[in-house]
Design a binder for this molecule. Structure first.
Ligand code: SAH
Length: 266
């Protein structure tokens, strides 16, 4: 029989950040350390689990290693059951739980079950990716705002999901001077490029950053005209962020200078 006080379970959605364990918030570390059950997503760095109690139950619900990912409904059921059993559940999600992580759906379903989940922000990978390039997301002369958008082309996952209208987005980015930060865009890069070229000039700078904040981090710098080609040539794959916009211009200039320097030296 469970002790009475242990019946007051809890659930916290915790952002694990982009990968570097040092980018966790103190609040995340505290929540992980207090958890009795951890449900861990794909793209969460294993090193982060060193903050968990040795007796905590750790359940990997991602699809790495070729296994199928655990269905969302099953994960939510697991969370609800564990909370009702008095467990302190931490749902560890890559980046920020509320940016393309289905955190919103989880909070809603928990609420329907009478459980009010807490949410701890994490540094979203889009932020980390742009910072990795030493460029700002906004710049008084180059970008007045930022759009975080999914490049995931798949439709029909849910009845209300609509594919992104890249042409309209490109026009908005041009008119309002916005930086585009595209998540899950690598496999649909050719389609995204085609749509964006309808509204943005071909020389608009593009960067793709893989494994942002990790020792394996790499990036490729190009422009919209050559984006897909450059991406294929680089051999880069998921997880990666595509950044489009004039905030990259400073960086492009620095790179060109460096290439010229290298050529001059060589
Ligand atoms: N909630 C997460 C995003 C989940 S969607 C966040 O806030 O970051 C998964 C996508 O995030 C990947 O397809 C990729 O586009 C991006 N991503 C996650 N980690 C990344 C990393 N370390 N470097 C580059 N992109 C990453």
């Amino acid at each position: 029989m469970k002790h009475l006080t242990s019946l007051q379970g809890s659930c916290t959605l915790v952002g694990a950040g982009p990968g570097d364990p040092d980018l966790l918030t103190l609040k995340a570390v505290k929540a992980i350390g207090a958890a009795t059950v951890l449900l861990v997503d794909d793209l969460v760095n294993d090193e982060i689990l060193s903050h968990a109690r040795p007796d905590a139950r750790i359940v990997h619900v991602g699809k790495r290693g070729g296994c199928k990912s655990t269905p969302q409904a099953f994960i939510e059921k697991l969370m609800i059951t564990a909370v009702r059993e008095g467990e302190h559940v931490v749902r560890l999600k890559g980046g920020d739980p509320f940016i393309f992580g289905r955190g919103g759906e989880e909070v809603e379903h928990l609420r329907e079950a009478g459980i009010e989940a807490q949410v701890v922000n994490g540094i979203t990978s889009g932020l980390a990716a742009v910072t990795a390039l030493h460029v700002p997301l906004t710049h008084r002369d180059r970008a007045q705002g930022v759009v975080f958008v999914t490049g995931h082309a798949k439709t029909g996952q849910s009845s209300t999901e609509q594919p992104t209208d890249w042409r309209k987005l490109a026009a908005a980015a041009r008119d309002a001077r916005l930086t585009l930060v595209i998540y899950m865009g690598v496999s649909g890069a050719a389609h995204i490029q085609h749509g964006l070229l309808a509204g943005l000039p071909g020389d608009t700078p593009v960067a793709v950053v893989q494994d942002a904040s990790l020792p394996t981090q790499r990036h490729v710098l190009s422009n919209l005209e050559r984006m897909h080609e450059a991406l294929s040539e680089s051999g880069m794959g998921s997880p990666a962020i595509i950044v489009v916009g004039d905030v990259l211009r400073g960086m492009a200039a620095v790179q060109t200078e460096r290439q010229q320097e290298v050529r001059a030296l060589g």
